[in-house]
Design a protein around this ligand. Structure first.
Ligand code: CAA
Length: 259
């Protein structure tokens, strides 16, 4: 896959997608969103990619939506830009494979919101997070009022979005915004370690696990529990369930085939 604003590589079942507009601190523009959307379609269809890591490289995750573009936008332009953003970000959130955000440096505005679409977020000790849109006369538009509130609760979400101030990596860890904080030079090693563990899990079970959790966040408890029961039972029609339990009984490591 060749892109202007993204880099993609894959190795041993792990895809790595790197945001690549370094001069603009990976600010997210329409071209990046179109490319992200296309990349996600390709990754979804690529059986060689079992797990995806999204990163911004060593210096910055992303400084948010492209203000140079948005500064000249009217409501109609903003509407189509943010629709494109949701289309691309939803593809990340709904990818039927685990997605890890590996965050170094700043994850601001749309950058933080992109990380919220990932299943697992880890960051380096130098990472900072903010939803600073209020300081520009707008609000988060790429899921920040919804995904962030669901992840860390409405109280902290309002604190972050109303004040717009950055928080450091340790605070992000305390709020549950990230699962792990590591030294900067360990970020990709740790992300790959987690990805490799996930790549060895039964992919069908991971797929329905992700669906059950995501679905459950958006419906009432009874509907979520009903969905969980159904997909739990459904997994007993897979070879990977037979293999997982047989291997346990035989005291050996399971070998999953994704069937
Ligand atoms: N959009 C476009 N360009 C951006 C940008 C952004 N969000 N953030 C940084 N840049 C550009 C700067 O304009 C600058 O370009 P030039 O060299 O051509 O002047 C370059 O990146 C480097 O930035 P700075 O010189 O400002 O670097 P700094 O280290 O002094 O500051 C910063 C870094 C604190 C991130 C500062 O650039 C900043 O505050 N950026 C804006 C952050 C922000 O408000 N993000 C939210 C955007 S709105 C949004 O995301 C809405 C949504 O929900 C989609």
């Amino acid at each position: 896959m060749e892109f202007k604003t993204l880099l993609f590589e894959k190795d041993a079942g792990i895809g790595i997608l790197t945001l690549n507009r370094p001069k603009q601190l990976n600010a997210i523009n329409g071209e990046m969103l179109t490319e992200l959307s296309n990349a996600m379609d390709n990754i979804a269809a690529d059986d060689e990619v079992k797990v995806l890591i999204i990163t911004g490289g060593e210096k910055v995750f992303a400084a948010g939506g492209d203000i140079a573009f948005m500064s000249g936008a009217d409501s109609l332009t903003a509407e189509s830009f943010i629709a494109l953003c949701h289309q691309a970000f939803d593809k990340v959130a709904n990818l039927e494979k685990p997605v890890i955000a590996a965050i170094a440096g700043m994850a601001l505005g749309g950058g933080c919101e992109l990380s919220l679409c990932c299943d697992i977020r880890i960051c380096s000790e130098n990472a900072t997070f903010a939803q600073p849109e209020i300081n520009l006369g707008i609000i988060p538009g790429a899921g920040g009022t919804q995904r962030l509130a669901r992840l860390i609760g409405p109280g902290w979400c309002k604190y972050l979005t109303m004040l717009g101030d950055p928080i450091d990596a340790d605070t992000a860890l305390r709020l549950g915004l990230v699962a792990k904080v590591v030294p900067p030079d360990q970020l990709m090693t740790e992300a790959k370690k987690i990805a490799a563990k996930l790549a060895a899990k039964p992919p069908g079970a991971l797929r329905v696990l992700k669906k059950a959790i995501n679905y459950g966040m958006n419906v009432d408890l009874a509907s979520g529990l009903a969905f969980e029961q159904k997909v739990f039972a459904l997994l007993f029609s897979t070879q990977d369930q037979k293999e997982g339990m047989k291997a346990f009984m035989e005291k050996r490591k399971p070998v999953y085939k994704g069937r």
